[in-house]
Design a protein around this ligand. Structure first.
Ligand SMILES: C[S@@+](CC[C@H](N)C(=O)[O-])C[C@H]1O[C@@H](n2cnc3c(N)ncnc32)[C@H](O)[C@@H]1O
Length: 237
């Protein structure tokens, strides 16, 4: 992997959000170099930022801890990111998964990190200058793709950590339909959850919805090295 990345080449949004609507704010700031050190760091202040955001909006965040390196590795390992041309990350928080994705995508890949929490989105812009940080609702993937001139079926991979289990059923369904519509055939989505199907009826209902939407659905074994321990679903269109 390169020691540094010129963020404007592999990651910046070609549209630059110059004509962004009310939900899509201005570009993510000046381009800069994102070094390997930035992609590997887990800053204590990021943890504090996440905890603060959780205290203000617990349901939106879904947890008070950001994802561990082990969980990020488990998620990104399923996606073949080195081959991908268009990648979305949904619910980036303070960016542990963002960094893991950026370490693996190739130059020229269009990468979008979507985070609706303003403070967290600002933190992402500071940490990853030049990366397309979309401060908006990540369930509306069709709208986002339209805005970024990505054709339906033009997305290779999605990394999702939204608290889907806490969403109302109609929103869950709409979010999954949007994911299905934007992914290319064979395209993959990984998502994390802390809710075991074995215990939670909501998790079983979610699994049923995944099974009804995607050609392939797998749940990986639990990642214990995360607080709380988490499961990873992999789906393929
Ligand atoms: C469980 S946290 C995961 C954060 C980070 N990816 C990690 O793994 O540490 C979920 C994140 O999704 C964001 N989020 C929740 N609902 C969202 C939505 N509809 N659109 C965009 N972001 C959302 C929250 O603000 C929060 O940062």
């Amino acid at each position: 992997m390169a020691a540094s990345r010129n963020a404007s080449a592999p990651h910046a949004s070609p549209s630059g959000h110059a004509s962004a609507g009310p939900h899509l704010p201005a570009p993510s700031g000046p381009s800069g170099l994102i070094t390997d050190a930035v992609l590997r760091e887990v800053k204590p202040q990021s943890r504090t930022a996440f905890l603060k955001a959780f205290m203000k909006a617990p349901v939106q965040l879904g947890t008070c801890f950001s994802s561990s390196p082990a969980l990020c590795r488990r998620m990104t390992a399923q996606l073949n990111l080195g081959e991908a041309s268009v990648v979305f990350e949904l619910g980036s928080g303070t960016g542990p998964l963002t960094a893991a994705v950026l370490r693996q995508v190739r130059p020229g890949c269009r990468f979008f990190a979507v985070e609706m929490n303003h403070e967290l989105a600002e933190g992402l812009r500071r940490r990853f200058p030049g990366v397309s940080i979309l401060e908006t609702d990540a369930t509306k993937l069709r709208d986002l793709c339209r805005h970024e001139d990505i054709a339906p079926g033009g997305v290779d991979a999605i990394c999702a950590s939204l608290p889907y289990m806490l969403f109302p059923k109609t929103l869950q369904r709409e979010a999954l339909e949007d994911m299905h519509a934007v992914l290319r055939p064979g395209g993959r989505m990984v998502m994390l959850t802390y809710w075991p199907e074995e215990i939670h009826p909501r998790a079983r209902a979610w699994r049923k919805m995944l099974d009804g939407t995607f050609r392939v659905v797998k749940r990986h074994s639990v990642v214990w090295a995360n607080l709380p321990p988490a499961f990873v679903y992999l789906v393929e269109k």
